[in-house]
Design a binder for this molecule. Structure first.
Ligand code: G3I
Length: 394
């Protein structure tokens, strides 16, 4: 009897020890995963270049998951978009890449004031309509960019030379917005109503609309848009407010004032034409600030320039490509972790591939940056992989 009791005691002690061990190991796992979840998105600064071996070799990476098994449509439950140029839709690789991954189209220029309304009594919708048609054929939604851009350099001459005071420009503003929204009613589900109205110092930029109507043009634009089509989502779109400061404070105050005046601003576009050295926690802080007001949050013109400190005709080597991929992964993770699900309007890249990026069109020497997710032959880059990995929670 005694020997049985002592054996039983020993077994119980072993069981208790095993249980304790299991308990503590689970506790550690839970703690580390919580730390991981709570830690801000990784901030891969340009100093902490992620070297090839730290990432593990191609096989190890490839072994973890096969990129070809995923697309943005299967990984994300909000639209990933691309800004398109109508003429490129006929290009096979451009078309194929768009249809495989993207479910929202914006446009670099085809929906802008000058493109749609080149003369006072003339509207030209053909190119924008072609984009709407393409989107409809391919089950994509369209985001209109942009009704009012506070930048005289993009306005048609007739507008800048137009005679008249506040009443006349109020009429022009209203007629442009309501003519365009009437034309696209039921076809374009969201618009950048006002784009880039505020300077870094928090002041209104000097533009024809500001000169003629003062700050009221901001509120009038949203009011006229909502009257024309109460069913579409109306955005304020800008760059650099992700850093906070005076610009972000003014934008938030304007949106709050609009709300107090019963004028809807449904969302904010953070363009995020950004760079490798960006500190991701700065971005997420301001995404969170905008989201805290109930706004839909659109990363609306996403690209990550890698040309800083590079010679004019540098190539994208693997290390730089990986660094760009890690940065994009951290930003997309930051968006997913910071913006409440129902406010995640989506992420739109400013172009489809490095071949058609505006970075390489707006500068005299082409091929001088690689800011997008697909390379010049429309092959998925590390940037694309990082975007997918963020969506997979890796
Ligand atoms: O369509 C005309 C063509 O008929 C004419 O022959 C040619 C002569 O220069 O100009 C063509 O228009 C060009 C237009 O793009 C369409 O390609 C304009 O000159 C050119 O200035 C315009 O550049 C666009 C720029 O906005 C100004 O509208 C860029 O493609 C576009 O990527 C850029 O996008 C902006 C966003 O709207 C706002 N956020 C910043 C972003 C980058 O600057």
């Amino acid at each position: 009897m005694r020997s049985t009791n002592s054996k039983l005691r020993k077994t119980n002690i072993k069981l208790a020890a095993l249980t304790f061990l299991l308990f503590t190991s689970n506790l550690m796992a839970c703690k580390s995963s919580m730390e991981e979840d709570l830690a801000p998105a990784d901030d891969v600064s340009s100093e902490a270049v992620v070297s090839a071996n730290e990432l593990g070799d191609e096989q190890a990476l490839a072994g973890s998951f096969h990129l070809k098994d995923y697309t943005f449509k299967t990984v994300f439950d909000f639209p990933i978009g691309a800004a398109v140029v109508k003429e490129r839709l006929e290009e096979p690789l451009y078309d194929k890449t768009l249809r495989k991954d993207f479910s929202r189209l914006s446009s670099e220029s085809n929906f802008k004031f000058k493109s749609l309304h080149p003369e006072e009594d003339k509207y030209t919708f053909e190119k924008a309509d072609a984009i709407v048609e393409y989107a409809k054929r391919n089950n994509m939604v369209v985001h209109g960019h942009t009704l009012v851009w506070s930048h005289d350099g993009t306005q048609p001459k007739w507008l800048l030379n137009h005679k008249g005071g506040a009443a006349e420009f109020d009429r022009l503003l209203k007629s442009h917005i309501q003519t365009v929204l009437k034309h696209f009613k039921g076809k374009v589900s969201s618009w950048d109503v006002v784009n880039e109205a505020i300077a870094d110092n928090g002041e209104f930029k000097n533009s024809i609309w500001y000169r003629k109507l003062g700050r009221e043009y901001f509120f009038k634009a949203f009011k006229y848009a909502h009257e024309a089509d109460p069913n579409i989502k109306l955005f304020y779109n800008d760059y650099g407010q992700e850093f906070g400061g005076k610009k972000m404070r003014t934008i938030m105050a304007l949106i709050e004032e609009a709300k107090q005046r019963g004028i809807p601003v449904h969302g904010m576009g953070f363009q995020l034409h950004t760079v490798l050295r960006i500190t991701v926690s700065k971005i997420t802080t301001n995404l969170a600030l905008a989201a805290s007001k109930g706004l839909l949050i659109h990363i609306s013109e996403f690209d990550v320039s890698v040309k800083k400190n590079k010679p004019k005709t540098f190539i994208l080597d693997d290390l730089l490509a990986r660094e760009q991929g890690e940065k994009i992964k951290a930003i997309v993770k930051g968006y997913l972790q910071t913006v409440p699900k129902k406010q995640q309007f989506g992420i739109t890249t400013w172009g489809v591939s490095d071949n058609d990026s505006y970075f390489n069109k707006a500068y005299p020497n082409r091929d001088h940056d690689y800011p997008l997710l697909f390379d010049k032959k429309y092959k998925a880059k590390r940037a694309y992989r990082g975007f997918i990995e963020a969506g997979l929670g890796r």
